[in-house]
Design a protein. Structure first.
Length: 306
């Protein structure tokens, strides 16, 4: 993954409107629209808390006349919503959970959408010395060794999944009075960490959008600022499989995916800022797209099949 803003491929907005609008039909104003329909999106709290979805969804509705009902949850809960047939499309950030969802047949047409990274934040006095470490695993080991206060989202989200992976790789055991699982979204977790003087793992986008309102500092950067690759945070988007869930609106889901991954949608992603800081980096457009974005990681076609 390259940590720079990718150049958007040259394509006219009119061409995108025609391609995506074809999925939706044609409204009276010439743009695509589906009268009376609404897209059900299950997504992560980070895309909602940062305000990015307000920007994307407003642009989608303005262009195609179709509102988006976004249900912001942890990644695990968002995937479960779609698994139960309660979402047309999901936007999440835990590749292992996304792959499981696809292998089960519930998700189709996955696209790599955008990325940012995770950061380890904590109080400015840094009692565990996290700022002196260079790896996420070493940072977590330092917190555990000092038994410094750490708050976990504890909600089966993409951030929680990443946190557990770091603990596992570090060999340190989270638990005891110093470790608290909240079962909360990213914004509430950051507020709790600020009030209690605790460390936590945060996605960069949500932290940057809230940093003026919390008493926390980034103590270990992710790869966007030269930190460890383990803190990479890619986002994927995919449609619910209409062959399993006949109630989902597959055409509308694909229209939304098409818009979000188009040059227009990706420009909105790259231009979105908070406090002058870019929060997400577009990843859907590439002159050499990676086939593995569409299938579970490591999947290969059966060479024995004719």
């Amino acid at each position: 993954m390259e940590y720079r803003r990718r150049e958007l491929l040259g394509a006219s907005a009119a061409g995108i409107a025609a391609a995506v609008g074809g999925c939706l039909g044609s409204g009276d104003d010439g743009e695509g629209s589906v009268a009376g329909e609404e897209l059900a999106l299950a997504t992560t709290t980070s895309t909602y808390d940062t305000g990015l979805l307000d920007e994307i969804n407003a642009a989608f509705q303005e262009r195609f006349g179709t509102p988006v009902a976004a249900n912001a949850q942890g990644t695990g809960a968002a995937i479960e919503s779609a698994r139960n047939g309660n979402a047309d499309v999901i936007l999440v950030h835990a590749r292992s959970l996304e792959d499981e969802f696809m292998r089960e047949g519930h998700g189709v047409n996955r696209r790599s959408l955008m990325f940012n990274d995770f950061v380890i934040v904590g109080p400015s006095d840094d009692p565990a010395g996290v700022g002196d470490t260079e790896q996420a695993t070493a940072a977590f080991e330092a917190v555990a060794s000092a038994q410094a206060q750490f708050v976990s989202r504890g909600d089966d989200s993409g951030t929680h999944t990443k946190e557990l992976a770091i603990w596992d790789e570090s060999g340190a055991e989270p638990g005891g009075e110093w470790y608290q699982e909240l079962g909360s979204g990213m914004g509430e977790t950051l507020n709790n960490a600020s009030e209690s003087g605790s460390y936590t793992l945060a996605d960069r986008g949500t932290f940057l959008s809230m940093q003026d309102n919390v008493d926390l500092e980034i103590l270990l950067q992710g790869p966007i600022e030269g930190g460890p690759e383990l803190l990479a945070n890619p986002y994927g988007i995919m449609a619910a499989n209409p062959e399993i869930h006949s109630n989902v609106n597959y055409d509308l889901a694909m229209a939304y995916i098409g818009f979000f991954t188009s040059p227009e949608g990706q420009e909105l992603v790259g231009d979105y800022t908070a406090n002058g800081e870019q929060l997400f980096y577009p990843e859907a457009l590439s002159e050499d797209p990676n086939f593995q974005q569409y299938v579970p990681e490591g999947w290969q076609p059966d060479s024995s099949e004719e």
